[in-house]
Design a binder for this molecule. Structure first.
Ligand SMILES: *Cc1c(COP(=O)(O)O)cnc(C)c1O
Length: 382
């Protein structure tokens, strides 16, 4: 069997252990310490938008704290992009709130601003004005932030940006994760950089950050004994994990470049294939880190489905995966309201994510290319 080619696997840069060793040498193994501070500073500098970043145990934890800080409570409604990973929506349920799912638009595959406004008007007319809007930058592609921000501001609803997949992406030269009232980042093992597991909350003032840190460290009031006037969480990032993050920040720009090169590689392969579209920026306003490269296959034109291609890859031990199954189609959220015109459904039916790691070799790329060319050749599409 050929060695496995993964969709996206961890890619260490080399200096991570230096920071981890420093933490060991100083016995700074317990939570907090210089690596956490350093990693937060590195992220703030990278995002370049006068933000305050709190390092946490996961992106999911960051979303949970963002919802709490937006005042989301039991029985409230929260708007969420339907086409996304379940971690975007689960924290709504942690709060005892109800998700209202919104369809994608065709340009960026992210939240459709038209369906968003339709939902806000309809929910509000039913006496349930949504408490927050969770927008996602899917696969690194920035959402239509001007349009979404305009709708959100008009109705005075805070935006939480799920930028878990979009560290290094920009919209109109501004970093994804810095547009909303809060932004969230993830350093899970498959993301563009990883700390083995971790996340961050991007805030716009020290007060919001301090509150997030307070809630993430069991909400201890200022007293010599353990005194609590809020429910707290154990969501803070450890100093060891943050050391890995500091090393990864040193190579983040290289990682973005390598992922974008993978996108170029697929553009080149599919250039002459009628009926296959490579997911790309709609205009120059959008700059994607291309965390995952993805394609949409028109079965009418190619006579092949995305499942056929997935199985062809699998035969050569190459991982590929259908796009995120929309949340409103998930059994666990089957009762949740949904607004849209089935754009996300269609993308799910026809779309496939392709191997996109920054650590793929020329040999890996040539295996991928051979599978694709052989697969479409039988149709004389090449
Ligand atoms: C990975 C991911 C998350 C969750 O991040 P974790 O760090 O794994 O908790 C949230 N939203 C999206 C879109 C993701 O891809």
């Amino acid at each position: 069997m050929n060695t496995k080619i993964w969709l996206s696997s961890p890619h260490m840069g080399g200096t991570e252990l230096k920071y981890v060793n420093e933490a060991f040498d100083a016995n700074w193994v317990a939570p907090l310490g210089p690596n956490v501070d350093g990693f937060e500073k590195d992220l703030e500098t990278f995002l370049n938008a006068d933000v305050k970043v709190g390092a946490l145990s996961a992106g999911t934890a960051a979303l949970h704290l963002a919802l709490i800080q937006c005042g989301v409570e039991h029985g409230d409604e929260v708007i969420c992009q339907s086409m996304t990973f379940s971690a975007s929506a689960n924290p709504i349920a942690y709060c005892g709130a109800i998700p209202v799912f919104i369809d994608s638009e065709k340009d960026t595959w992210n939240m459709c601003p038209v369906a968003l406004e339709e939902a806000i008007l309809d929910r509000t007319s039913k006496g349930k004005k949504p408490k927050a809007i969770i927008v996602v930058h899917l696969y690194g592609m920035p959402a239509k932030m001007d349009e979404i921000t305009a709708v959100a501001e008009k109705h005075e609803i805070p935006v939480i940006e799920d930028a878990a997949e979009a560290l290094g992406s920009t919209y109109k030269n501004k970093a994804c994760g810095t547009f909303g009232r809060f932004g969230i980042l993830s350093f899970n093992g498959n993301k563009i950089i990883t700390t083995s597991g971790g996340g961050a909350l991007v805030c716009h003032n020290q007060e919001d950050k301090d509150k997030a840190v307070f809630l993430s460290t069991q909400a201890r009031d200022n007293a010599p004994h353990y005194q609590h006037s809020h429910i707290g969480y154990n969501y803070r990032m450890s100093n060891i994990v943050a050391g890995i993050g500091r090393g990864q920040m040193e190579v983040l720009n290289e990682r973005v470049e390598a992922r974008r090169k993978m996108h170029d590689f697929y553009m080149e392969i599919f250039r002459d294939v009628d009926g296959v579209e490579v997911f790309s920026e709609p205009t120059e306003d959008y700059y994607s880190n291309h965390w995952l490269s993805a394609i949409v296959i028109d079965e009418n034109k190619t006579g092949k489905s995305r499942e056929d291609l997935r199985l062809a890859f699998l035969e050569d031990n190459i991982e590929s995966r259908p796009l995120w199954k929309p949340m409103h189609l998930q059994p666990v959220f089957s009762e949740a309201p949904y607004y849209g015109t089935k754009v996300a459904e269609k993308l799910f039916d026809d779309g496939l994510c392709l191997p996109s790691g920054s650590n793929l070799s020329d040999e890996d790329r040539s295996r991928i290319e051979i599978v694709i060319k052989t697969f479409f050749q039988s149709n004389n599409l090449f």
